[in-house]
Design a protein around this ligand. Structure first.
Ligand code: SF4
Length: 469
């Protein structure tokens, strides 16, 4: 019945957002906090927010995701959440014995103006408990930012809470952004192969993608230790992926501009740690940029293994070119992901006709132009888009391919267009958390997926099909 349903196109102008192409800010903050060792995030607000966030993360990561809630009721909503905040911290300490308690705020607690920093200060002052955990807080009103704003806000809060200065070391900081657990592992291999000592923040490669356990662990192993974050201020350099980062709605509307600076940005301003900021290393061009920075910092050449990976990738570009050249793609998701993915598709000869995001930085178009100098002007870049706008636009403009998370599946199905799943969230496939995107190896996987999606589409729609390429 669904297949035969006519395509209905809305003719009215909508002012409301329908099925936003972004997720909520405390969700992103929770992911970042899960990448700190021994950390239990607490969402300061109602149960509904944390239930939604847990459900989303469990569906993508296929892991237990323990996130506490301060469980607002009507009373807390009216009189403030101090008592709930203290009760939540006490319960979490009692049940989890965490090394770190990370508090992230919701729309509700921000709207009533709860001063979470003060609540925690009072708790530390009055508590009779011995050996209190370390605390960090992130201000993440979701109406002022997407999950990426929340993610970067949490990273920056952790750096501000724990990093110290000191004599310059030889280690580096790496701020990978919200990428897959497999991406984090690949980055760690590359940095180790280069001979670097490094602090990766966050590192949820194990905490959100564990091996099987014999018995349940309340706090999974892995994550960046606070002791490592403390050394970030004495690092030789930082590498930060993303050029838009949290330059979203948190910037400008929030009076305190320190809120919108990133972790690496703070380390550069406060301790003079040079920041190499660059787009996510997806595609040859962007990965070369990352490798060049590593060569510059280390004074060493890229290890042979990666030169070979690069060579194989370029060879495959030549092999697959005829199946994808000139195809029209729609790319959607978080802003920095959209910029990097658009750059990659442009590099392999696919025409991105729409680059859409729910992010609100207003910088998407400029970043795409800067990274795709030849075709960038022709790419329609849309901030603050939702999936219904994408759907309506696609009915008229007929793309050949969707590239992004699984939330556009219903549009791809309706329009009979293949979808290459990547980014976050992936709800309708196994292994979404393990998709590789970064570096030559990640690009290779993506390239193969894109070409094979187009070949499969051709086979499925051919009256005879074909077996040889
Ligand atoms: S109310 Fe705000 S914080 Fe809670 S789930 Fe919705 S967007 Fe997120």
């Amino acid at each position: 019945m669904f297949e035969n349903a006519p395509i209905i196109k809305s003719t009215k102008e909508f002012t409301a957002t329908r099925n936003a192409c972004k997720l909520c800010a405390p969700l992103g903050a929770s992911v970042a906090f899960k990448g700190i060792r021994g950390c239990v995030p607490i969402i300061h607000g109602s149960q509904g927010c944390s239930t939604y966030i847990r459900r989303y993360l469990i569906s993508h990561f296929k892991e237990p995701v323990d996130i506490a809630s301060s469980n607002f009721t009507e009373e807390a909503t009216i009189f403030g959440g101090a008592a709930n905040c203290h009760a939540a911290i006490t319960n979490v300490i009692g049940q989890y014995k965490p090394e770190v308690v990370a508090m992230t705020t919701t729309c509700l607690s921000e709207t009533i103006g709860d001063d979470v920093k003060m609540y925690i200060h009072d708790f530390q002052k009055d508590s009779q408990l011995k050996d209190l955990p370390r605390f960090v807080t992130a201000s993440t009103p979701s109406y002022q930012g997407s999950h990426m704003d929340g993610f970067h806000e949490a990273v920056s809060s952790a750096v501000k809470a724990f990093a110290k200065g000191g004599d310059k070391g030889t280690h580096i900081n790496i701020f990978p952004g919200f990428v897959s657990t497999e991406d984090l592992r690949q980055l760690k291999y590359l940095l180790s192969d280069f001979g670097f000592q490094f602090v990766m923040l966050p590192d949820y490669s194990e905490t959100l993608d564990n091996p099987i356990w014999e018995s349940y662990k309340r706090i999974p192993e892995g994550g960046t230790p606070v002791s490592a974050i403390e050394t970030c201020g004495s690092a030789a350099a930082s590498i930060e992926f993303g050029t838009i980062l949290n330059y979203g709605a948190l910037s400008g509307r929030v009076k305190n501009s320190r809120l919108s600076s990133t972790g690496a940005n703070y380390l550069e301003n406060e301790f003079g740690v040079k920041n190499y900021r660059m787009p996510l290393p997806i595609g040859v061009k962007n990965t070369d940029r990352f490798v060049k920075a590593l060569e510059e910092i280390s004074g060493k050449e890229m290890p042979l293994r990666y030169m070979t990976e690069r060579g194989r990738l370029i060879d495959s570009y030549a092999d697959g070119h005829k199946y994808i050249f000139g195809k029209k793609a729609v790319v959607y998701g978080e802003e920095d992901f959209v910029v990097a993915m658009t750059t990659f598709l442009d590099e392999i000869g696919i025409e991105v006709i729409l680059a859409a995001t729910g992010g609100e930085s207003g910088r998407l178009a400029d970043e795409i132009k800067a990274n795709c100098p030849e075709r960038g002007e022709q790419i329609l870049a849309k901030n603050m888009f939702d999936y219904e706008k994408i759907r309506e636009w696609c009915i008229d403009n007929k793309p050949d391919l969707f590239v992004g998370n699984s939330k556009a599946y219903y549009i791809a199905r309706e329009l009979d267009v293949p979808i290459v799943r990547c980014g976050f969230p992936i709800h309708d496939r196994i292994g979404g958390q393990r998709i590789k995107h970064l570096g030559y190896a990640g690009t290779q996987d993506l390239f193969d997926q894109v070409v094979n999606a187009m070949i499969q589409y051709k086979q499925d729609h051919s009256p005879v099909g074909y077996k040889y390429m």
